[in-house]
Design a protein around this ligand. Sequence first.
Ligand SMILES: CC(C)(COP(=O)(O)OP(=O)(O)OC[C@H]1O[C@@H](n2cnc3c(N)ncnc32)[C@H](O)[C@@H]1OP(=O)(O)O)[C@@H](O)C(=O)NCCC(=O)NCCS
Length: 135
Amino acid sequence: MPADFPPVDAPQLALRVLMMPRDTNHQGTIFGGIILAHIDQAGYIEARRHGLHRWVTASVDRVDFKAPVEVGEVVEFRCRTIRLGRSSVTVQVVVDAQRLDGTWVRVTEAQLALVSVDATGHSIPFREPPAGDPA
Ligand SMILES: CC(C)(COP(=O)(O)OP(=O)(O)OC[C@H]1O[C@@H](n2cnc3c(N)ncnc32)[C@H](O)[C@@H]1OP(=O)(O)O)[C@@H](O)C(=O)NCCC(=O)NCCS
């Protein structure tokens, strides 16, 4: 891990969003695709901590929607890098909603892989392997 990247145990805040009526599905709760879009953005924000260049989402390994989200709730997206590869990072995203009574509920968890790419979309290493690492 590069020296300028402080390892963190707890997921760090990447996004805080107020859920609006336009974000709802036909049942009146928040559409899962809206949560996924924000998870993707949050993952990018976390990946960008490792390098201010282009990153693309390569995979979303797993998404668990644990509880619904309602209009008017504030939703926080927190991220933690759980694996550093040569040109990819794996990011855990946890999503918490503040209910209208002020309580917080874990509503979603996901894991994504993002790949550092050049302007042509080809993967590029974002860090040099540590000395002695056969890579
Ligand atoms: C992501 C992408 C650049 C990977 O291209 P590729 O030719 O497979 O890249 P490479 O074989 O050089 O692999 C590069 C790294 O990506 C990782 N990777 C590639 N595909 C992956 C996947 N599906 N899931 C997780 N990691 C993946 C590799 O393990 C490798 O990691 P490492 O360097 O840390 O060891 C390419 O598949 C792509 O452009 N996909 C579309 C991305 C996109 O548009 N996202 C938005 C969707 S709307």
